[in-house]
Design a protein. Structure first.
Length: 250
């Protein structure tokens, strides 16, 4: 009997986070370059219209808590979807701006970029219909372009410090050596790794590259895959498509 080969599911690289807000829940989804996957759903015990001010605050804090690990992994673009004639998206943004300024500061590597859409994104059917719309793609493009601009600012700031002792690596082998403890200067460690999707897709040692990225993530080191067609992607491509900033080890 011939064994059926399992079809490999291609999801691509992380692009953004989608938050679907409605009267009774917040549904969070991860947007990849090839597909959208459900992440987590936060249910309210009663309708939003019945919530006291402190209960709405706690609900928004729950959303932030769910977002934290995704933000730490490098996702910075967030699309918020809520029904027509509601202010759910605006209220959540107000909460972020008032209570989490570290996520909205200009020229910060943690800065989030938000896009707002009218619609529903609580079920797979609703999300499937939403992503087919031109407006959805437009908002995703605008939000990720803003993120790319922020990345360029961070990139240029770090590159400008090379003359002051900033150590930047551009080769897979050098980054592997640093990550695996084989670097000649054991006082440094990876701090932030950026690469383009083109570099990832076309690299002849893709297995090594995926292994490195997984180990970096396991070590809680931020990695970011960037669309080669964006301004940030083009800038990184000038250095070969892969950049690793380093920091002094503890």
């Amino acid at each position: 009997m011939t064994r059926r080969r399992r079809t490999r599911y291609k999801r691509g690289y992380p692009v953004a986070i989608l938050i679907g807000l409605n009267e009774q829940q917040a549904a969070l989804w991860r947007i990849y370059s090839e597909v959208i996957k459900p992440y987590e759903t936060i249910n309210l015990q009663k309708r939003r219209s019945k919530l006291a001010e402190n209960e709405l605050y706690n609900f928004h804090e729950e959303i932030i808590d769910v977002l934290r690990p995704l933000i730490k992994k490098g996702l910075r673009s967030i699309i918020i979807v809520s029904p027509r004639k509601t202010d759910y998206s605006e209220l959540f943004l107000d909460h972020v701006q008032k209570h989490h300024t570290w996520l909205t500061q200009d020229r910060s590597s943690n800065s989030l970029n938000f896009g707002i859409l009218v619609g529903s994104a609580s079920t797979e059917k609703e999300v499937s219909e939403l992503i087919q719309t031109e407006k959805f793609q437009q908002v995703v493009d605008e939000t990720t372009i803003e993120e790319a601009d922020n990345i360029i600012e961070v990139l240029e700031e770090r590159l400008a410090k090379v003359a002051q002792g900033e150590v930047v690596l551009y080769s897979l082998k050098a980054i592997e050596q640093l990550t695996y403890g084989q670097w000649k200067d054991d006082k440094r460690k990876p701090d932030y790794v950026m690469l383009t999707n083109r570099f990832l897709n076309n690299h002849k040692h893709k297995g090594r590259l995926y292994r490195l990225l997984q180990i970096l993530r396991n070590k809680k080191i931020e990695t970011k895959i960037i669309d080669a067609e964006t301004a940030a992607g083009e800038r990184i491509s000038q250095f070969g498509g892969l950049i690793c900033f380093t920091t002094i080890a503890d």
